[in-house]
Design a protein around this ligand. Sequence first.
Ligand code: HEM
Length: 373
Amino acid sequence: MWVTHVGPQTHVNLASAPLLEQVMRQEGKYPVRNDMDLWKEHRDLQGLAYGPFTTQGHHWYQLRQVLNQRMLKPAEAALYTDALNEVIDSFMVRLNEIRAESSSGDQVPDMAHLFYYFALEAICYILFEKRIGCLERSIPQDTAAFVRSVGLMFQNSLYATFLPKWTRPLLPFWKRYLDGWNTIFSFGKKLIDQKLKEIEAQLQAEGPEGVQISGYRHKDFAHMPLLKAVLKETLRLYPVVPINSRVIVEKEIEVGGFLFPKNTQFVLCHYVVSRDPSIFPEPESFQPHRWLKKSQPDTLGVQHPFGSVPFGYGVRACLGRRIAELEMQLLLARLMQQYQVVLAPETGEVKSVARIVLVPNKNVGLRFLQRPC
Ligand code: HEM
């Protein structure tokens, strides 16, 4: 446990599983990650409503009650299987095109980039029931502008966090930050408006029974424990969210024998904790089997429940967890069925760097070698 100061803020950093547990178990009914002021400023300026990331208290709770029903119940999330498989079909086609264009005929030079486009296409298809063309050879203009805006918003939010407010009218970062958000919102609004029009037209033509809300089949990964273990082990070594946080707003709390006043900002160092050798023996090595009950009954018994929590914890945990898990399972299963995957020799050693989320420090080139049928 140690304290750091970032600008006017004081952070209490926690890097052990028992300490994380102490904070998380005292987080209360309406947990707060951080105040999200920067995001809220944009919504306030444009008169837009807050979403699950930005809102707090009872309003957040009510929003989650509704969204959890459609996104987190395993049976509900499984309904997205067919939509995801459709996006995976496009992904496999795009992957093949890129392979064919490479000099060896089997190489993809930047996997993270391709996975990013896949994830964006998948979540937009689920949320808006519209394909946005991220996996087409030539990406539609408005989609390309949307993707650029996500990057623009994140890049400039760094300046907006660390530079004083009086620099906003003088330097270009603030306008770029707001422009990024405005394009993101208008892209989303266009898709929602289109969908509403379709529903209205269906209602007029056929009445309430005619409205088709997506209904997909359920697929079961219960018989693929190793596949799930590989994903868990990957997220242990490379947690997408390497650092998370909580502010306990309701009361002062005791952590590690110290008493902290309410509104203390705790930083939860998940990346460090999930490489703790006292919880995960040989923590730097990739051992999916450590997650399989039968193969390691002894070690599984000592794993701390807060050793690796890639989707966070409690009522404020990741809303997209079930969708993300299903997405990764379906895609990995399909890729492994068709290809043997090896690192492209020129890639060399890849390290991870924290850019809000964890990303590779260089392009990851992979070779996809066709398996014999
Ligand atoms: C591998 C993929 C993903 C990982 C590892 C991940 C991880 C996380 C983590 C660690 C948090 C913070 C939880 C906490 O504070 O306890 C979070 C929050 C959140 N995630 Fe994810 N996430 C993933 C994918 C997604 C997807 C695909 C969606 C969208 C459907 C999504 C939507 C959200 C939302 C809305 C929140 C904020 C929830 C709230 O504050 O109530 N995530 N995620």
